[in-house]
Design a protein around this ligand. Structure first.
Ligand code: IPE
Ligand code: IPE
Ligand code: MG
Length: 230
């Protein structure tokens, strides 16, 4: 079996999970954090090198302020609570997105956890926070223009663009998983997903566990990746 080097996940359906149980939406997000824990552990066990999870999009600011605030409180709790487990499991934490626009306390917690786990060598868990593919491309174009103005810009080729994305240190995802059945990208990794295999499951994110990840990888193994060739 081929284990994907990089798995990206659009973690969707927390709200629906809560609604089905007559619970407030934040309870769905809390349960969703448990799925992040389980799936990260499964990635360590399977030898997946990179796991990128879409936790908050630049469009998610449109949600009610109370939900947005609760999500950031949850994020801080998650980081604090998970840090010992990340260390025990040798997981390196990273983040992509317009991180400077996150609440200060979140930025600090994130920066600390990233620094503490920097030397870990098993799976790299990459949180996409205040992330969108278009914002990332805009930021990359701005970086290109700055280099042009400074007279340091070489050829504008694929590598020149990839090198200026938040994901520059990571390979493109091999497998994209979206939970809750929606067939769209919702502004996730627009450049990087060009040749990624897509797996959509009806399962809601809080119900997604290690077995579901293994099933997605098994399905991935049946795909023939052609990259435009034969
Ligand atoms: C995904 O679950 C989590 C975030 C976007 C933060 P949703 O909150 O989008 O759940 P649904 O789509 O309303 O069920
Ligand atoms: C995508 O889910 C963003 C995250 C999982 C963070 P959304 O629930 O925001 O996406 P749409 O609105 O259904 O496209
Ligand atoms: Mg959703």
């Amino acid at each position: 079996m081929t284990v994907p080097r990089h798995i990206a996940i659009i973690m969707d359906g927390n709200g629906r999970w809560a609604r089905e149980r007559n619970l407030p939406r934040i309870k769905g997000h809390e349960q969703g954090a448990e799925s992040v824990r389980a799936v990260t552990e499964a990635c360590v066990e399977l030898g997946v090198e990179f796991l990128t999870v879409y936790a908050f999009s630049t469009e998610n600011w449109k949600r009610p302020a109370a939900e947005v605030a609760a999500l950031f409180v949850l994020l801080e709790h998650f980081i604090a609570q998970e840090l010992p487990t990340l260390m025990k499991n040798n997981v390196r934490l990273a983040a992509i997105g317009r991180l400077h626009e996150l609440p200060d306390t979140c930025q600090r917690a994130l920066a600390e956890a990233i620094a503490q786990t920097a030397a870990n060598t098993a799976t790299t868990l990459i949180l996409a926070l205040n992330y969108s593919g278009r914002a990332e491309i805009i930021d990359a174009v701005q970086a290109l223009c700055a280099d042009a103005a400074a007279g340091t810009l070489g050829d504008i080729d694929q590598d020149a663009i990839s090198a200026r994305l938040y994901t520059a240190p990571y390979p493109d995802p091999d497998l994209l998983i979206r939970t809750s059945g929606e067939m769209r990208l919702s502004n996730f990794l627009l450049w990087q997903l060009s040749y990624t295999e897509i797996h959509v499951t009806e399962k809601l994110w809080p119900d997604f566990g290690k077995d579901d990840l293994r099933a997605a990888i098994a399905e991935f193994n049946k795909r023939q990746r052609r990259y435009g060739g034969l």
